[in-house]
Design a protein around this ligand. Sequence first.
Ligand code: PXL
Length: 284
Amino acid sequence: MYSKQKRVAAIHDISCVGRCSLTVVLPIISAAGIDTSVLPTAVLSTHTGGFENFTYRDLTDDISPIAAHWQSLDLEFDALYSGFLGSYDQIDLVAKLFDTFQSEKTLILVDPVMADHGQLYSIYTPEMAKGMTKLCAKADIIVPNLTEAAFLLDEPYIGEDYDQNYIEDLLVRLSQLGSKKVVITGISFDPQQLGAVTYDAVARTFDYAFNERVADYFHGTGDIFGSTLLAGLLNDFNLKKSTQIAVDYTRECILRTVELGQEKRFGVCFERAIPYLIKRLGLS
Ligand code: PXL
């Protein structure tokens, strides 16, 4: 059956080593059959979680000229997907880029990448966390973890001590930032299970997507989750099903990593699980 290939613009950093941001977003969305354009926000020798003395080149000044050239080519995108931003000024520049390239068909997915386990990543400031709410307001879907949710709402991080009512209330309050759909990642109500909870503010529905927890924390799984969620949505799965595929694929990647005994800070062995993803997306 013929269908036009979709195109995404992925706006994230390049961490040269450590498998996160564009080094996982690009291969995962490409493997899902989607034309993936990239707009690098910064170039780092490694990501910031677990490495010292990494290099950092801020690409803020390149964003507007790249966007202007794209505009001159009349490029259209089915989705705009932002993640880790390299500076405070990038928030407004990316918001402007959203305005420029948004059309009826464009899905805007904002992953407010900035923190985990109650702490901001080393490059992020509390002002940036506040500014990120502006970008979330322009999104169709946002995908914070619990720490990012707390920073977005300017309230204390709850840690592990929450229940279903707390999460549903949090989802509703996050949707009030302006995004009609919200997915919170890294949720667990039972120590054996880990997953994500979604909220659709128009339908007023919550959905839960879990799988068996694999012990331990691995770096870069938020980017694996976000790209897989987008890959599912662009392959016409609904939010609930796309979230379940993203939970399951992320777990599959972690399992391969544990099997191979890979060091955690180098990210997960997502490459080995690509055949699983393609199957789940119905593309093989
Ligand atoms: O995976 C999130 C991420 C993206 N980019 C950079 C990071 C991190 C998390 O630490 O450091 C540079």
